[in-house]
Design a protein around this ligand. Structure first.
Ligand code: SAH
Ligand code: SF4
Length: 370
């Protein structure tokens, strides 16, 4: 199989080039052509010797995942569906705002962790995405948004922030995610600041520690419950890594993090985790951890029995946290008309875990043409 150059960060590409007798600065040049310029054809990499261009075209390919659907929501949110082979598809969502443009990307086809409120989890798991498939989402969306063809010449940054909050658990695919993160941060590739790249995790403790050692970026942890009893039910991985171990990992992470707080995501589920008493319990739990809270109104999907907390309940919950001095924001639900909101990303996954059968819910449909 041909080598996909999008699978390599600077160190990897340098190693590959060395194997073929090419110097390190050549690898950097190619990295820039690939990621900064979005080049698809070796022949157009004009500052490389013709012999190198020819060598590359026999040895390697530039192969991002293909966009198979592209939908624009009423609020400007744009959802992309990518084919990743074997009938699987994953999604990325671009969220334009006045001050920034955020791209939310996927890291796995499906997810094995099976959180009870999550459309991706309910689909089951197929496989980890490769580095080229993770970074390739950004590469493709930059092409689709015109970022490679001049829009950024005037200093505009079309995609200023990247969040690994799409389909899948990034820290369950950490080898590939770390290489992808290095590309996101590399000035010869996407040149994003560590503070503008966020990994969201359901709390895989050893992987949080490894991320801290190898590539600390902004961290968001999906908490969703103020005690182990409820979290065991909502986020089953909690049975393996309970809250005390997750919070201890967060404190360790903060020693190396680019920001001085961890963001805790907390989904608002009507009558499940949204009472005043639970807000107070949450405050007590988080007393020792420098953090911000991001309340996420639950986004329903076919087959779920959860309901979103009413707006007044979410406001009251936020007020309790705010009045205790915890910075709390409530996530605006963006892109829900195109099923692009948090937890609605479903792509298309050929489940290898039998979960879809186990639950007897119908496969969540994103409503996109397949
Ligand atoms: N696996 C990672 C990242 C992907 S999920 C994680 O769990 O953090 C991204 C965010 O969407 C998480 O905070 C997740 O809990 C939240 N989410 C999942 N399903 C949701 C739903 N139906 N409505 C709102 N948010 C949801
Ligand atoms: Fe996986 Fe995150 Fe969904 Fe849980 S919320 S099933 S960890 S994608």
């Amino acid at each position: 199989m041909a080598i996909n150059l999008l699978d390599f960060d600077a160190a990897g590409l340098t190693g590959l080039f060395a194997e073929h007798g090419e110097r390190a600065f050549r690898a950097r040049q190619v990295l820039r052509w690939l990621h900064r310029c979005g080049q698809v054809d070796f022949a157009d990499m004009t500052d490389l010797a013709r012999s190198l261009r020819e060598k590359l075209s026999t040895l390697a390919i530039i192969s991002p995942p293909a966009i198979v659907a592209d939908r624009l929501g009423e609020d400007g949110t744009r959802k992309f569906l990518f084919a990743v082979g074997g009938g699987n598809a994953v999604e990325a969502v671009f969220i334009p705002e006045v001050e920034r443009g955020t791209l939310c990307i996927s890291t796995q086809a499906g997810c094995a962790l099976d959180c009870s409120f999550c459309a991706t989890g309910k689909q089951g798991f197929n496989r980890n995405l490769s580095v080229g498939e993770i970074v390739g989402q950004l590469w493709q969306v930059r092409h689709a948004l015109g970022a490679y063809s001049g829009r950024e010449a005037a200093g505009e940054r079309v995609i200023s922030n990247v969040v690994l909050m799409g389909m899948g658990e990034p820290l369950a695919n950490l080898d590939n995610v770390i290489v992808a993160l290095r590309l996101l941060l590399d000035d010869n590739a996407y040149g994003l600041s560590r503070r503008r790249v966020t990994v969201s995790t359901s709390g895989l403790v050893p992987a949080i520690d490894r991320l801290r050692e190898e590539c600390p970026v902004a961290l968001a942890v999906s908490l969703h419950a103020p005690n182990d009893r409820l979290r065991d039910e909502l986020v089953p991985i909690n049975r393996k890594y309970p809250l005390s171990s997750v919070l201890a990992a967060c404190l360790r992470y903060l020693q190396r993090a680019p920001r001085d707080f961890v963001t805790f995501e907390y989904i608002m589920l009507d009558g499940v985790n949204d009472s005043d008493a639970q807000a107070h319990e949450l405050l007590a739990l988080l007393r020792e951890v420098p953090c911000k809270l991001n309340l996420i109104p639950f986004n329903p999907f076919p087959g779920t029995s959860y309901r979103r907390s009413p707006a007044t309940r979410i406001r009251r919950f936020a007020e309790i946290l705010l009045s205790a001095g915890v910075v709390t924001t409530t996530r605006k639900t963006r892109g829900d008309d195109i099923a692009a909101a948090c937890g609605q990303l479903a792509g298309q996954v050929h489940d290898r875990t039998q979960r879809t059968r186990q639950y007897a819910v119908h496969l969540v449909h994103s409503g996109l043409p397949q």
